[in-house]
Design a protein around this ligand. Structure first.
Ligand code: NMX
Ligand code: MLT
Length: 433
Protein backbone atom coordinates (compact mmCIF):
# COMPACT_ATOMS: atom_id res chain seq x y z
CA UNK A 1 0.00 0.00 0.00
CA UNK A 2 1.29 3.52 -0.77
CA UNK A 3 2.11 5.92 2.07
CA UNK A 4 -0.73 8.15 0.85
CA UNK A 5 -3.32 5.38 1.04
CA UNK A 6 -2.19 4.10 4.44
CA UNK A 7 -2.10 7.64 5.90
CA UNK A 8 -5.54 8.30 4.44
CA UNK A 9 -6.83 5.10 6.05
CA UNK A 10 -5.47 6.26 9.40
CA UNK A 11 -7.02 9.75 8.99
CA UNK A 12 -10.38 8.22 8.08
CA UNK A 13 -10.46 5.99 11.13
CA UNK A 14 -9.49 8.95 13.35
CA UNK A 15 -12.24 11.05 11.80
CA UNK A 16 -15.15 8.61 11.90
CA UNK A 17 -15.90 9.03 15.63
CA UNK A 18 -16.28 12.79 15.06
CA UNK A 19 -19.01 12.21 12.46
CA UNK A 20 -20.62 9.60 14.69
CA UNK A 21 -20.68 12.08 17.58
CA UNK A 22 -22.21 14.83 15.42
CA UNK A 23 -24.99 12.46 14.44
CA UNK A 24 -25.34 10.76 17.82
CA UNK A 25 -25.07 13.61 20.34
CA UNK A 26 -25.64 16.81 18.42
CA UNK A 27 -27.93 15.85 15.59
CA UNK A 28 -30.78 18.13 16.76
CA UNK A 29 -28.65 21.26 17.37
CA UNK A 30 -29.85 24.12 15.10
CA UNK A 31 -27.08 25.86 13.12
CA UNK A 32 -29.13 27.88 10.62
CA UNK A 33 -32.58 29.18 9.81
CA UNK A 34 -33.94 29.28 6.25
CA UNK A 35 -35.76 32.26 4.75
CA UNK A 36 -38.15 32.39 1.81
CA UNK A 37 -35.54 34.50 -0.01
CA UNK A 38 -33.03 31.67 0.32
CA UNK A 39 -35.47 29.01 -0.82
CA UNK A 40 -36.36 30.96 -3.97
CA UNK A 41 -32.84 32.39 -4.31
CA UNK A 42 -30.63 29.39 -5.00
CA UNK A 43 -30.11 28.30 -1.37
CA UNK A 44 -27.60 31.11 -1.03
CA UNK A 45 -25.66 31.07 2.27
CA UNK A 46 -27.63 28.20 3.81
CA UNK A 47 -25.20 26.13 5.88
CA UNK A 48 -26.14 22.70 4.61
CA UNK A 49 -23.01 20.88 3.47
CA UNK A 50 -19.92 19.58 5.22
CA UNK A 51 -16.35 19.26 3.95
CA UNK A 52 -12.96 19.52 5.63
CA UNK A 53 -10.99 19.82 2.42
CA UNK A 54 -11.45 23.54 1.89
CA UNK A 55 -13.33 26.46 3.43
CA UNK A 56 -14.29 29.73 1.73
CA UNK A 57 -14.34 32.85 3.89
CA UNK A 58 -16.21 35.74 2.20
CA UNK A 59 -13.48 38.24 3.14
CA UNK A 60 -10.34 36.16 3.03
CA UNK A 61 -11.10 33.66 0.27
CA UNK A 62 -10.22 30.00 0.08
CA UNK A 63 -8.24 27.96 2.60
CA UNK A 64 -7.17 24.47 1.59
CA UNK A 65 -6.99 22.25 4.68
CA UNK A 66 -6.63 25.40 6.81
CA UNK A 67 -3.95 27.07 4.68
CA UNK A 68 -4.53 30.10 2.48
CA UNK A 69 -3.05 30.21 -1.02
CA UNK A 70 0.38 31.73 -0.17
CA UNK A 71 0.70 29.38 2.82
CA UNK A 72 -0.21 26.38 0.65
CA UNK A 73 2.35 27.27 -2.02
CA UNK A 74 5.01 27.93 0.64
CA UNK A 75 4.37 24.76 2.64
CA UNK A 76 4.27 22.12 -0.10
CA UNK A 77 7.55 20.69 -1.43
CA UNK A 78 8.80 21.78 -4.85
CA UNK A 79 11.03 19.77 -7.15
CA UNK A 80 14.38 21.32 -8.15
CA UNK A 81 13.89 24.16 -10.63
CA UNK A 82 10.11 24.42 -10.03
CA UNK A 83 8.43 27.56 -8.76
CA UNK A 84 5.24 25.74 -7.69
CA UNK A 85 4.52 22.49 -5.87
CA UNK A 86 3.41 19.49 -7.85
CA UNK A 87 -0.25 18.52 -8.22
CA UNK A 88 0.75 15.19 -6.67
CA UNK A 89 1.98 16.91 -3.48
CA UNK A 90 -1.23 18.92 -3.36
CA UNK A 91 -3.41 15.80 -3.87
CA UNK A 92 -1.65 14.19 -0.89
CA UNK A 93 -2.27 17.35 1.14
CA UNK A 94 -5.96 17.67 0.23
CA UNK A 95 -6.67 14.01 0.95
CA UNK A 96 -4.83 13.77 4.27
CA UNK A 97 -4.37 17.32 5.58
CA UNK A 98 -0.63 16.54 5.93
CA UNK A 99 2.19 18.18 3.99
CA UNK A 100 4.09 15.40 2.19
CA UNK A 101 7.85 15.19 1.85
CA UNK A 102 9.32 15.41 -1.64
CA UNK A 103 9.80 11.62 -1.57
CA UNK A 104 6.15 11.05 -0.61
CA UNK A 105 5.00 13.36 -3.41
CA UNK A 106 7.26 11.42 -5.76
CA UNK A 107 5.61 8.16 -4.68
CA UNK A 108 2.20 9.65 -5.58
CA UNK A 109 3.65 10.68 -8.96
CA UNK A 110 4.83 7.12 -9.63
CA UNK A 111 1.46 5.71 -8.57
CA UNK A 112 -0.46 8.11 -10.83
CA UNK A 113 1.93 7.38 -13.72
CA UNK A 114 1.14 3.69 -13.40
CA UNK A 115 -2.57 4.49 -13.66
CA UNK A 116 -2.33 7.06 -16.45
CA UNK A 117 -2.84 4.97 -19.60
CA UNK A 118 -6.01 6.23 -21.27
CA UNK A 119 -8.07 3.42 -22.87
CA UNK A 120 -7.94 3.62 -26.69
CA UNK A 121 -11.70 3.74 -27.07
CA UNK A 122 -11.72 7.16 -25.36
CA UNK A 123 -9.70 8.61 -28.24
CA UNK A 124 -12.00 6.92 -30.74
CA UNK A 125 -15.07 8.44 -29.05
CA UNK A 126 -13.44 11.88 -29.17
CA UNK A 127 -12.33 11.57 -32.78
CA UNK A 128 -15.88 10.54 -33.78
CA UNK A 129 -17.45 13.83 -32.64
CA UNK A 130 -18.38 16.67 -35.02
CA UNK A 131 -15.62 19.27 -35.36
CA UNK A 132 -17.58 22.02 -33.67
CA UNK A 133 -18.25 20.03 -30.47
CA UNK A 134 -17.30 22.18 -27.49
CA UNK A 135 -14.13 21.00 -25.67
CA UNK A 136 -16.09 20.76 -22.40
CA UNK A 137 -18.55 18.37 -24.05
CA UNK A 138 -15.60 16.28 -25.22
CA UNK A 139 -14.05 16.24 -21.75
CA UNK A 140 -17.30 15.25 -20.09
CA UNK A 141 -17.90 12.52 -22.70
CA UNK A 142 -14.38 11.17 -22.26
CA UNK A 143 -14.88 10.91 -18.51
CA UNK A 144 -18.33 9.37 -18.83
CA UNK A 145 -17.35 6.76 -21.39
CA UNK A 146 -14.69 5.40 -18.99
CA UNK A 147 -17.45 4.54 -16.49
CA UNK A 148 -17.23 0.92 -17.57
CA UNK A 149 -13.78 0.84 -15.89
CA UNK A 150 -15.18 1.73 -12.46
CA UNK A 151 -14.03 -0.53 -9.62
CA UNK A 152 -16.67 1.02 -7.36
CA UNK A 153 -19.54 0.21 -9.74
CA UNK A 154 -18.26 -3.33 -10.27
CA UNK A 155 -17.47 -4.28 -6.67
CA UNK A 156 -19.15 -2.10 -4.05
CA UNK A 157 -21.92 -4.64 -3.50
CA UNK A 158 -19.30 -7.22 -2.49
CA UNK A 159 -17.73 -5.16 0.30
CA UNK A 160 -18.85 -3.58 3.57
CA UNK A 161 -19.89 0.06 3.57
CA UNK A 162 -16.77 0.96 5.58
CA UNK A 163 -14.67 -0.19 2.62
CA UNK A 164 -16.51 1.81 -0.05
CA UNK A 165 -13.93 4.56 0.13
CA UNK A 166 -11.16 2.19 -1.03
CA UNK A 167 -12.96 1.44 -4.29
CA UNK A 168 -13.76 5.13 -4.70
CA UNK A 169 -10.09 5.93 -4.06
CA UNK A 170 -9.01 3.53 -6.81
CA UNK A 171 -11.42 5.11 -9.31
CA UNK A 172 -10.52 8.68 -8.35
CA UNK A 173 -6.77 8.05 -8.67
CA UNK A 174 -7.26 6.35 -12.05
CA UNK A 175 -9.47 9.16 -13.30
CA UNK A 176 -7.25 11.97 -12.07
CA UNK A 177 -4.15 10.32 -13.56
CA UNK A 178 -5.75 10.18 -17.02
CA UNK A 179 -7.06 13.72 -17.21
CA UNK A 180 -3.88 15.50 -18.41
CA UNK A 181 -3.59 13.22 -21.44
CA UNK A 182 -7.31 13.46 -22.22
CA UNK A 183 -7.30 17.27 -21.97
CA UNK A 184 -4.13 17.64 -24.06
CA UNK A 185 -5.54 15.20 -26.63
CA UNK A 186 -8.72 17.30 -26.93
CA UNK A 187 -6.61 20.42 -27.45
CA UNK A 188 -4.35 18.98 -30.11
CA UNK A 189 -7.18 17.15 -31.85
CA UNK A 190 -9.19 20.35 -32.16
CA UNK A 191 -6.53 23.00 -32.65
CA UNK A 192 -3.33 21.27 -33.83
CA UNK A 193 -4.73 19.14 -36.68
CA UNK A 194 -4.68 16.05 -34.47
CA UNK A 195 -0.89 16.18 -34.12
CA UNK A 196 -0.86 14.30 -30.79
CA UNK A 197 2.16 14.33 -28.46
CA UNK A 198 2.51 11.17 -26.37
CA UNK A 199 2.65 11.19 -22.56
CA UNK A 200 5.92 10.84 -20.59
CA UNK A 201 5.91 8.70 -17.47
CA UNK A 202 8.94 10.45 -15.93
CA UNK A 203 7.21 13.84 -15.59
CA UNK A 204 4.89 15.14 -12.90
CA UNK A 205 1.24 15.99 -13.62
CA UNK A 206 1.93 19.65 -14.56
CA UNK A 207 5.08 19.03 -16.58
CA UNK A 208 3.55 16.11 -18.46
CA UNK A 209 0.52 18.22 -19.32
CA UNK A 210 2.78 21.05 -20.61
CA UNK A 211 4.76 18.51 -22.63
CA UNK A 212 1.62 17.01 -24.24
CA UNK A 213 0.25 20.48 -24.97
CA UNK A 214 3.53 21.25 -26.75
CA UNK A 215 4.18 24.41 -24.70
CA UNK A 216 7.71 24.92 -23.31
CA UNK A 217 8.76 26.02 -19.81
CA UNK A 218 7.67 27.79 -17.70
CA UNK A 219 4.28 26.43 -18.82
CA UNK A 220 4.84 23.40 -16.54
CA UNK A 221 4.75 25.80 -13.59
CA UNK A 222 1.77 27.65 -15.08
CA UNK A 223 -0.05 24.30 -15.21
CA UNK A 224 0.84 23.44 -11.60
CA UNK A 225 -0.26 26.87 -10.39
CA UNK A 226 -3.43 26.82 -12.47
CA UNK A 227 -4.58 23.33 -11.45
CA UNK A 228 -3.94 23.96 -7.74
CA UNK A 229 -5.69 27.34 -7.76
CA UNK A 230 -8.78 25.90 -9.47
CA UNK A 231 -8.97 22.70 -7.44
CA UNK A 232 -11.51 23.37 -4.75
CA UNK A 233 -13.80 26.12 -3.51
CA UNK A 234 -15.61 24.38 -0.67
CA UNK A 235 -18.68 22.27 -1.45
CA UNK A 236 -21.51 24.59 -2.48
CA UNK A 237 -20.24 25.70 -5.90
CA UNK A 238 -22.05 24.11 -8.84
CA UNK A 239 -19.31 21.68 -9.96
CA UNK A 240 -18.43 20.44 -6.47
CA UNK A 241 -22.04 20.22 -5.40
CA UNK A 242 -23.11 18.39 -8.57
CA UNK A 243 -20.27 15.88 -8.17
CA UNK A 244 -21.12 15.31 -4.51
CA UNK A 245 -24.86 15.06 -5.20
CA UNK A 246 -24.50 12.45 -7.93
CA UNK A 247 -21.97 10.47 -5.87
CA UNK A 248 -24.42 10.48 -2.93
CA UNK A 249 -26.64 8.10 -4.95
CA UNK A 250 -23.65 5.70 -4.95
CA UNK A 251 -22.96 6.60 -8.55
CA UNK A 252 -19.26 6.10 -9.20
CA UNK A 253 -16.57 8.75 -9.75
CA UNK A 254 -16.96 8.76 -13.54
CA UNK A 255 -20.71 9.46 -13.45
CA UNK A 256 -20.24 11.99 -10.66
CA UNK A 257 -17.34 13.97 -12.07
CA UNK A 258 -18.92 14.08 -15.53
CA UNK A 259 -21.97 15.71 -13.88
CA UNK A 260 -19.69 18.20 -12.13
CA UNK A 261 -18.05 19.09 -15.44
CA UNK A 262 -21.44 19.71 -17.03
CA UNK A 263 -22.15 22.28 -14.31
CA UNK A 264 -18.72 23.84 -14.70
CA UNK A 265 -19.51 24.39 -18.40
CA UNK A 266 -22.10 27.07 -17.58
CA UNK A 267 -21.22 30.74 -18.24
CA UNK A 268 -22.05 31.79 -14.68
CA UNK A 269 -19.55 29.20 -13.41
CA UNK A 270 -16.39 27.89 -15.13
CA UNK A 271 -17.19 29.02 -18.65
CA UNK A 272 -16.79 32.60 -17.42
CA UNK A 273 -13.02 32.29 -18.11
CA UNK A 274 -13.78 31.81 -21.83
CA UNK A 275 -16.32 34.66 -21.74
CA UNK A 276 -13.80 37.01 -20.12
CA UNK A 277 -11.34 36.50 -22.94
CA UNK A 278 -14.01 36.98 -25.64
CA UNK A 279 -15.17 40.14 -23.88
CA UNK A 280 -11.65 41.58 -23.54
CA UNK A 281 -10.68 40.71 -27.11
CA UNK A 282 -13.82 42.30 -28.48
CA UNK A 283 -13.01 45.34 -26.40
CA UNK A 284 -9.38 45.36 -27.61
CA UNK A 285 -10.48 45.11 -31.26
CA UNK A 286 -12.55 48.25 -30.97
CA UNK A 287 -9.65 50.10 -29.30
CA UNK A 288 -6.63 48.90 -31.26
CA UNK A 289 -3.31 48.14 -29.58
CA UNK A 290 -3.04 51.16 -27.35
CA UNK A 291 -3.93 50.85 -23.69
CA UNK A 292 -7.24 52.66 -23.26
CA UNK A 293 -7.66 55.31 -20.59
CA UNK A 294 -9.96 54.83 -17.61
CA UNK A 295 -12.82 56.77 -19.22
CA UNK A 296 -12.87 54.46 -22.23
CA UNK A 297 -12.83 51.37 -20.00
CA UNK A 298 -15.68 52.80 -17.93
CA UNK A 299 -17.67 53.42 -21.13
CA UNK A 300 -17.14 49.83 -22.33
CA UNK A 301 -18.20 48.42 -18.96
CA UNK A 302 -21.38 50.49 -19.02
CA UNK A 303 -22.09 49.36 -22.60
CA UNK A 304 -22.07 45.74 -21.40
CA UNK A 305 -24.20 46.47 -18.36
CA UNK A 306 -26.69 48.58 -20.32
CA UNK A 307 -27.09 45.71 -22.78
CA UNK A 308 -28.32 43.68 -19.78
CA UNK A 309 -25.22 41.48 -19.65
CA UNK A 310 -22.98 40.62 -16.72
CA UNK A 311 -19.32 41.69 -16.62
CA UNK A 312 -17.70 38.26 -16.86
CA UNK A 313 -15.10 37.51 -14.21
CA UNK A 314 -16.63 39.87 -11.65
CA UNK A 315 -18.92 39.06 -8.75
CA UNK A 316 -19.25 35.98 -6.59
CA UNK A 317 -21.92 34.12 -4.64
CA UNK A 318 -19.80 33.97 -1.47
CA UNK A 319 -16.72 36.20 -1.82
CA UNK A 320 -16.99 39.87 -0.92
CA UNK A 321 -13.41 40.91 -1.79
CA UNK A 322 -10.96 40.35 -4.65
CA UNK A 323 -10.58 36.59 -5.08
CA UNK A 324 -7.12 35.58 -3.75
CA UNK A 325 -6.88 33.23 -6.76
CA UNK A 326 -7.04 36.38 -8.91
CA UNK A 327 -4.27 37.93 -6.80
CA UNK A 328 -2.09 34.81 -7.04
CA UNK A 329 -2.28 34.92 -10.84
CA UNK A 330 -1.68 38.67 -10.89
CA UNK A 331 1.50 38.16 -8.85
CA UNK A 332 2.64 35.47 -11.29
CA UNK A 333 2.12 37.92 -14.17
CA UNK A 334 4.01 40.67 -12.38
CA UNK A 335 6.98 38.33 -12.07
CA UNK A 336 6.85 36.73 -15.53
CA UNK A 337 5.06 39.02 -17.98
CA UNK A 338 4.71 42.53 -16.54
CA UNK A 339 4.59 44.17 -19.98
CA UNK A 340 2.09 41.84 -21.59
CA UNK A 341 -0.54 44.10 -23.24
CA UNK A 342 -3.46 41.93 -22.16
CA UNK A 343 -2.18 41.84 -18.57
CA UNK A 344 -1.95 45.63 -18.59
CA UNK A 345 -5.50 45.87 -19.93
CA UNK A 346 -6.82 43.47 -17.26
CA UNK A 347 -5.11 45.63 -14.60
CA UNK A 348 -6.74 48.70 -16.06
CA UNK A 349 -10.17 47.03 -15.95
CA UNK A 350 -9.49 46.08 -12.31
CA UNK A 351 -8.91 49.75 -11.50
CA UNK A 352 -12.28 50.74 -12.99
CA UNK A 353 -14.76 47.84 -12.85
CA UNK A 354 -15.39 47.62 -9.07
CA UNK A 355 -16.46 51.29 -9.01
CA UNK A 356 -18.70 50.87 -12.08
CA UNK A 357 -20.31 47.73 -10.65
CA UNK A 358 -20.88 49.50 -7.32
CA UNK A 359 -22.56 52.43 -9.14
CA UNK A 360 -24.63 49.93 -11.13
CA UNK A 361 -25.74 48.74 -7.71
CA UNK A 362 -26.89 45.20 -8.41
CA UNK A 363 -24.08 42.81 -7.57
CA UNK A 364 -23.29 42.12 -3.92
CA UNK A 365 -19.63 41.75 -4.83
CA UNK A 366 -18.06 44.16 -7.34
CA UNK A 367 -14.62 42.51 -7.13
CA UNK A 368 -12.97 40.14 -9.63
CA UNK A 369 -13.05 36.36 -9.30
CA UNK A 370 -10.56 33.74 -10.50
CA UNK A 371 -11.90 33.73 -14.07
CA UNK A 372 -11.06 37.30 -14.89
CA UNK A 373 -7.33 36.56 -14.77
CA UNK A 374 -6.81 32.96 -15.81
CA UNK A 375 -7.17 33.46 -19.57
CA UNK A 376 -4.53 36.20 -19.67
CA UNK A 377 -1.84 33.81 -18.46
CA UNK A 378 -2.87 31.13 -20.96
CA UNK A 379 -2.97 33.66 -23.81
CA UNK A 380 0.53 34.83 -22.99
CA UNK A 381 1.93 31.29 -23.31
CA UNK A 382 0.31 30.78 -26.69
CA UNK A 383 -2.86 28.97 -25.65
CA UNK A 384 -5.21 31.30 -27.48
CA UNK A 385 -8.18 29.07 -28.24
CA UNK A 386 -10.27 30.36 -25.38
CA UNK A 387 -13.11 27.89 -25.70
CA UNK A 388 -10.55 25.42 -24.30
CA UNK A 389 -10.02 27.37 -21.05
CA UNK A 390 -12.82 25.69 -19.07
CA UNK A 391 -11.23 22.30 -19.79
CA UNK A 392 -8.20 23.52 -17.82
CA UNK A 393 -10.53 24.54 -15.00
CA UNK A 394 -12.11 21.08 -15.17
CA UNK A 395 -8.77 19.27 -14.83
CA UNK A 396 -7.94 21.42 -11.80
CA UNK A 397 -11.42 21.02 -10.29
CA UNK A 398 -11.04 17.24 -10.41
CA UNK A 399 -8.41 17.38 -7.65
CA UNK A 400 -10.83 18.91 -5.15
CA UNK A 401 -14.09 17.19 -6.03
CA UNK A 402 -12.54 13.73 -6.30
CA UNK A 403 -10.85 14.16 -2.91
CA UNK A 404 -14.27 15.11 -1.56
CA UNK A 405 -16.14 12.09 -2.86
CA UNK A 406 -13.52 9.73 -1.45
CA UNK A 407 -14.17 11.31 1.96
CA UNK A 408 -17.94 11.24 1.32
CA UNK A 409 -17.82 7.46 1.06
CA UNK A 410 -15.33 7.16 3.95
CA UNK A 411 -17.72 9.00 6.26
CA UNK A 412 -20.78 7.23 4.83
CA UNK A 413 -22.63 10.42 4.02
CA UNK A 414 -26.15 9.46 2.90
CA UNK A 415 -28.00 10.17 -0.31
CA UNK A 416 -28.62 13.94 -0.59
CA UNK A 417 -32.29 14.76 -0.69
CA UNK A 418 -33.41 18.25 0.40
CA UNK A 419 -37.15 18.88 0.72
CA UNK A 420 -39.03 21.08 -1.74
CA UNK A 421 -42.17 23.09 -1.05
CA UNK A 422 -44.80 24.68 -3.29
CA UNK A 423 -45.33 28.37 -4.06
CA UNK A 424 -48.70 28.13 -2.25
CA UNK A 425 -46.93 26.98 0.88
CA UNK A 426 -44.35 29.77 0.69
CA UNK A 427 -47.12 32.35 0.19
CA UNK A 428 -48.96 31.02 3.22
CA UNK A 429 -45.77 31.25 5.32
CA UNK A 430 -45.17 34.73 3.89
CA UNK A 431 -48.65 35.98 4.85
CA UNK A 432 -48.30 34.50 8.32
CA UNK A 433 -45.05 36.46 8.69
N1 NMX B 1 -22.00 42.02 -13.79
C1 NMX B 1 -23.26 42.54 -13.79
N2 NMX B 1 -24.22 42.18 -12.93
C2 NMX B 1 -23.87 41.27 -11.99
C3 NMX B 1 -22.59 40.73 -11.90
C4 NMX B 1 -21.63 41.12 -12.86
N3 NMX B 1 -20.40 40.62 -12.88
N4 NMX B 1 -22.56 39.86 -10.87
C5 NMX B 1 -23.80 39.86 -10.34
N5 NMX B 1 -24.60 40.71 -11.02
C6 NMX B 1 -26.02 40.93 -10.83
C7 NMX B 1 -26.76 39.58 -10.93
O1 NMX B 1 -26.96 39.21 -12.28
C8 NMX B 1 -28.02 39.87 -10.16
O2 NMX B 1 -28.87 40.63 -11.01
P1 NMX B 1 -30.44 40.34 -11.03
O3 NMX B 1 -30.92 40.70 -9.67
O4 NMX B 1 -30.93 41.23 -12.12
O5 NMX B 1 -30.62 38.89 -11.33
C9 NMX B 1 -27.52 40.79 -9.06
O6 NMX B 1 -26.28 41.36 -9.52
C10 NMX B 1 -27.29 40.11 -7.73
O7 NMX B 1 -26.36 39.04 -7.92
P2 NMX B 1 -25.36 38.61 -6.75
O8 NMX B 1 -26.21 38.19 -5.57
O9 NMX B 1 -24.34 39.64 -6.51
O10 NMX B 1 -24.61 37.37 -7.40
P3 NMX B 1 -25.04 35.83 -7.44
O11 NMX B 1 -24.59 35.18 -6.19
O12 NMX B 1 -26.48 35.65 -7.82
O13 NMX B 1 -24.20 35.30 -8.69
C11 NMX B 1 -22.24 35.14 -10.03
C12 NMX B 1 -22.79 35.13 -8.60
C13 NMX B 1 -20.78 34.75 -10.00
C14 NMX B 1 -23.01 34.09 -10.85
C15 NMX B 1 -22.42 36.56 -10.63
O14 NMX B 1 -21.66 37.49 -9.90
C16 NMX B 1 -22.05 36.65 -12.10
O15 NMX B 1 -22.90 36.36 -12.96
N6 NMX B 1 -20.75 37.03 -12.45
C17 NMX B 1 -20.31 37.06 -13.80
C18 NMX B 1 -20.00 35.63 -14.27
C19 NMX B 1 -18.76 35.09 -13.59
O16 NMX B 1 -17.74 35.75 -13.48
N7 NMX B 1 -18.86 33.82 -13.14
C20 NMX B 1 -17.72 33.12 -12.58
C21 NMX B 1 -17.81 32.87 -11.06
C22 NMX B 1 -16.59 32.15 -10.57
N8 NMX B 1 -16.51 30.77 -11.11
O17 NMX B 1 -15.50 30.39 -11.60
O18 NMX B 1 -17.47 30.01 -11.05
C1 MLT C 1 -15.58 28.17 -7.94
O1 MLT C 1 -14.35 28.12 -7.96
O2 MLT C 1 -16.26 27.13 -7.85
C2 MLT C 1 -16.25 29.48 -8.17
O3 MLT C 1 -15.54 30.52 -7.60
C3 MLT C 1 -17.71 29.50 -7.85
C4 MLT C 1 -18.12 29.34 -6.42
O4 MLT C 1 -17.35 29.19 -5.50
O5 MLT C 1 -19.38 29.39 -6.22
Amino acid sequence: MTILKSLLEQKISEHRPRTARLLGEWSEVVVDAVTIGQIVGGARDIHALVTDISYLDPQEGIRFRGKNIPETFAALPKAAGCEYPSVEAFWFFLLTGEVPSLAQAREVQDDLSRRAAVPRYVFEVLRAQPEDTHPMTLLSMAVLCMQRESAFAARHREVRKTQYWELMYEDCCDLLARLPEIAAFIYRLKYRQGDIIGARSDLDFGANFAHMMGIPRPYDDVARMYFILHSDHESGNVSAHATHLVASALSDAYYSFSAGLNGLAGPLHGLANQEVLSWILHFQQTLGDTLPDEDRVREALWETLSAGQVIPGYGHAVLRRTDPRYTAQMEFCQRHMPDDPLFRLVNMIYRVAPRVLSEHGKTKNPWPNVDSHSGVVQWHYGLREHDFYTVLFGVGRAIGVLANIIWDRALAYPIERPKSVTTDMLEAWGRAG
